[in-house]
Design a binder for this molecule. Structure first.
Ligand code: TXD
Length: 308
């Protein structure tokens, strides 16, 4: 197959990303993990599923980086997950070491790759990847916004008898509890959410969206969400490989947008073959700008804790 996507971290999110990706038949896949035998076992199992769905995809599992050589896209989802009561930021120090190593190894093998980063705290880890790989910002994108927006869409769908296809939601900001679900730009068939739903219900949906990751962590007890995060990665991978110029919410390096600089932060980006083609800026209301500033302050604070 023409394209190669390497996924670093073959845990719940990495392996499920491989699963959705193999189903789409858009790239060969390499799964890398430190656990001996595990990425090889998952890759072989998935490879053995291909004849049933008639997809010609090569899937390789490995404990080293050799097979990732010349990847078009590197997905980094290696690292620790939250336990109940933990915030994403509590993971910073341990995951920074894991992401640093994954970046050093992958950029050596695939100097032209585009990076999709997932490891939490997401916006900080995307920043670290950019620094360690020494790449221009358009080559690194963090996955958070598609997931957070999909959660909001799912919650709206639970209230209205309308197809999810008609429900468009946009969540900006850092991938933490301060994220900013937009209630006016989000819409159902073009009608703004704040004109459809009563304020109290809309407020509850915004709150549930912000805490959406924690809700799953509390239910699972061990580990965190993986189905929705990994299909979000596949949407990004597909947009890049197919050069779709797709506009989605994602974490990108900001250089003045919304008055913010030198952080990765959730905004609307246009994705194509070169990675982030542009950042699309909304004209936000003053209360939304205020919320964005608050979220950005928290991301900037965490980013400053990185040892570069
Ligand atoms: O939307 C998002 N950004 C996220 C982020 C959605 C889902 C998961 N998100 C984060 O990704 C989560 O907070 C964690 O920081 C990572 C991985 O989550 P996952 O749910 O996949 O966790 P697992 O199942 O524990 O898998 C992690 C794997 C595990 O198999 C480890 O052995 C492996 O990471 N690991 C490594 N692989 C390669 N190299 C190194 N150094 C390494 N260290 C651990």
């Amino acid at each position: 197959m023409k394209y190669k996507v390497s996924i670093i971290g073959a845990g719940m999110t990495g392996a499920t990303t491989a699963h959705w990706l193999a189903d789409r038949e858009i790239a060969d896949i390499v799964l890398v993990d430190v656990v001996k035998g595990m990425p090889q076992g998952k890759a072989l199992d998935l490879q053995e599923a291909m004849p049933v769905i008639n997809n010609d995809v090569k899937i390789i599992g490995s404990n080293d980086y050799e097979p990732t050589k010349n990847s078009d896209i590197v997905v980094i989802t290696a690292g620790l997950t939250r336990k109940p009561g933990m915030s994403r930021d509590d993971l910073l120090a341990a995951n920074a070491e894991i992401v640093r190593k994954a970046t050093e190894e992958t950029i050596r093998c695939s100097p032209d790759a585009i990076y999709v980063v997932l490891t939490n705290p997401l916006d900080v880890m995307a920043f670290l990847t950019m620094k360690v790989a020494n790449l221009p910002p358009h080559r690194i994108v963090g996955q958070a916004g598609i997931l957070d927006s999909a959660r909001m869409r799912a919650f709206v769908a639970m209230e209205l008898d309308v197809s999810v296809e008609n429900i468009h939601c946009y969540v900006l900001g850092g991938h933490g509890d301060e994220m900013v679900p937009l209630t006016h730009f989000s819409n159902v068939g073009g009608i703004p959410l704040d004109e459809i739903l009563p304020a109290e219900l809309l407020g509850a949906i915004v709150e549930r969206t912000r805490k959406g990751g924690g809700e799953i962590v509390d239910l699972l007890k061990t580990g965190s969400a993986f189905y929705a995060p990994s299909v979000a990665v596949v949407q990004m991978v597909e947009a890049i490989l197919k050069d779709k110029h797709l506009i989605v919410p994602a974490s990108a390096y900001l250089n003045g947008e919304y008055g913010l600089k030198d952080i990765f932060f959730g905004v609307m980006v246009q994705l194509g073959q070169k990675g982030i083609e542009k950042i699309v800026e909304y004209k936000l209301a003053s209360h939304e700008v205020e919320a964005i500033r608050k979220s950005a302050a928290s991301v900037a604070d965490n980013t400053s804790r990185l040892r570069l």
